[in-house]
Design a protein. Structure first.
Length: 215
């Protein structure tokens, strides 16, 4: 139906036109730089995840490095008992280096930490006396290597009793404690294979007044 030309045009209340100046809304064109970034919802697990990431990135590498050093380079150990007196005393602490024996075999006079299968996980510390092919004899208060008395200015008195002769096998050493008469060593459990040597005594670091590099 077409309205009469003489009758004013009207609009229902819900469709009225509001002049631009009276409109409450305000619009502006946003450029990409000015467009606000929507806030990301916070995850309840974010702090825990961040902490775990810090553990992985910082603590884990440090643990791995320490483990590699312990397995392949050096480790700290404590002297138990008195079988190495007067050179080493009970409760002294040492750093054992594991690297040199990858490049050279043990030498006479080296102080080594070793495993003895009959002792389970317990490790002993002794001095290398005989090398592969050496014949070891103990008699009349002397240790004889291939018939020659061993010069020992580090022992706690001459050994009592007799031992040998014993020939040191290939890739093995004969070890004894410096406290000759109070030491469980190769005189009782025989020569020690290279594979059972953990490392060489390198540095004594405790007690502080005894700090020294081992010869």
């Amino acid at each position: 139906m077409t309205p009469s030309p003489d009758k004013p045009r009207t609009f229902p209340p819900d469709a009225r036109i509001i002049p631009l100046g009276e409109q409450p809304q305000h619009y502006e064109i946003l450029t990409p730089a000015s467009r606000p970034t929507p806030a990301r919802p916070r995850s309840e697990g974010a702090p825990f995840g961040q902490a775990m990431r810090e553990v992985v990135e910082t603590i884990l590498p440090a643990v791995l490095i320490a483990l590699m050093i312990h397995l392949f380079l050096a480790q700290a150990t404590r002297v138990e008992g008195y079988s190495m007196e007067p050179t080493l005393h009970g409760q002294e602490r040492l750093v054992i280096e594991k690297l040199s024996f990858h490049f050279r075999p043990p030498e006479q006079g080296d102080i080594v930490v070793l495993r003895v299968p009959d002792y389970g996980k317990e490790m002993l510390i002794k001095r290398v006396i005989g090398l592969p092919g050496d014949t070891i004899v103990v008699e009349n208060g002397y240790v004889l290597i291939n018939g020659e008395p061993l010069a020992e200015d580090y022992i706690n008195g001459p050994p009592r009793g007799n031992y040998g002769p014993t020939v040191v096998p290939e890739d093995s050493v004969f070890v004894m404690g410096d406290n000759r008469n109070n030491s469980n060593d190769s005189r009782s459990f025989g020569p020690v294979p290279y594979d059972d040597i953990v490392g060489r005594a390198w540095v004594r670091y405790w007690p502080l007044q005894e700090i020294s590099v081992m010869d």
